[in-house]
Design a protein around this ligand. Structure first.
Ligand code: GTQ
Ligand code: FE2
Length: 354
């Protein structure tokens, strides 16, 4: 029996064959059958190519300082090593929506002023004496400081000090690029004009009063730097009164003091104190989350895989992957975390579970 005869004898083969021919035919007119791809598009549960991963600071720091020999900040524009999710390498993504990198600025260097549609946050890891200037405020950078650079905010960094300074950058550029709406602009002046002193926006907007007549409608925080030295004592207060979430520990959300909303429309961040001996309950949510260790050590089990962390390590939990935190060190631990949760919440698609 020839193959042609067998195909004709089997109606199933016949249908497959004629379907394929039909698909080929309509492809020529830029049409495709939804029924072949529907289940992969409208998944019953979140699906992600991203993997849980961790970067040890000791190793990152070593490579980072080597980058200091390979390229100047001026040549690089920004001397950053991208934290690439191993589940999707080559895309400069730590989650599908977020970019993360470690930036190094050596003594005497400046990273010139520019602005872009993508918003950025910085979480300061190591070194003292550097600053970032954002929207006219020159902010000193100290360990654990959380600094925002909103959409189109002019920003430049510098290090007039004597030690290398490193921080974690997280940008929403893949959200902006998803919409293919990215603009960027470089200023002729290397440094922007500074007309607000260090800490001005925090003191002005985040201490219980607001400048009179300030509009209440804003989708971003006016505070440039949420200093660690002001945040950590709040965590200690929560711990003292037992306000400790079973999954997240004693946690604060960085808020816009005008309306309590997130610091940026696309990205939101938390700071959590996990008391010594803390063994968290499982948690998952649709926002893939980047964690950075401000203090202490522990282990986070993500999707069944243990990731041991210590100071300044960065790790990522992909969307809807279950994770549990545990403190293994001899003291409390403090975890910073950032995700695209505000973007998802404003679209009404954010979900959480156990
Ligand atoms: O510091 O301005 O990691 O524009 C990526 C893009 C840092 C920055 C990054 C940027 C910056
Ligand atoms: Fe930038």
């Amino acid at each position: 029996m020839s193959m042609a005869t067998a195909d004709q004898a089997n109606p199933k083969h016949n249908i497959q064959g004629s379907r394929q021919a039909y698909y080929e035919k309509i492809k020529g007119y830029n049409l495709a059958p939804l029924w072949e791809v529907l289940r992969g598009l409208v998944t019953p549960e979140p699906k992600s190519q991203m993997q849980p991963a961790l970067w040890k600071f000791a190793q990152v720091e070593k490579y980072m300082l080597e980058a200091g020999d390979v390229i100047t900040a001026e040549e690089a524009e920004r001397r950053v090593l991208v934290l690439e999710n191993p589940g999707d390498p080559g895309k400069s993504k730590i989650t599908n929506s977020l970019f993360a990198g470690i930036q190094l600025i050596m003594p005497g260097e400046i990273a010139e002023a520019h602005q872009h549609t993508a918003s950025a946050i910085r979480f300061v890891l190591k070194g003292e004496g550097a600053y970032t200037a954002v929207e006219g405020e020159k902010s000193s950078m100290e360990h654990g400081d959380f600094i925002i650079t909103a959409n189109w905010a002019p920003h430049d960094h510098g290090n007039p000090g004597s030690e290398p300074v490193m921080w974690l950058d997280v940008l929403d550029m893949h959200i902006v690029n998803h919409f293919q709406a990215s603009f960027a602009n470089h200023f002729d002046e290397k440094m922007q004009n500074v007309n607000h002193e260090d800490g001005d926006s925090f003191e002005r907007f985040a201490t219980g009063v607001l400048p009179d007549g300030m509009p209440a409608v804003t989708n971003r925080s006016p505070v440039i730097n949420y200093p660690y030295r002001k945040m950590k004592p709040i965590l200690d207060r929560l711990k003292k009164t037992g306000d400790i979430d079973k999954r997240h520990g004693a946690r604060v959300r960085y808020a816009n003091p005008i309306n309590g909303g997130p610091v940026l429309p696309t990205m939101g961040a938390h700071l959590a104190l996990l008391p010594k001996g803390f063994k968290g309950e499982p948690y998952r949510s649709t926002d893939g989350t980047v964690f950075c260790v401000a203090e202490g050590s522990g282990v986070t089990v993500i999707d069944g895989q243990p990731f041991e962390w210590g100071g300044n390590d960065v790790f990522v939990a992909p969307p809807w992957k279950r994770y549990t935190h545990e403190v293994t060190g001899s003291g409390d631990a403090v975890l910073f975390s950032i995700s695209d949760r505000p973007a998802q919440e404003s679209l009404g698609i954010w979900r959480e579970g156990q």
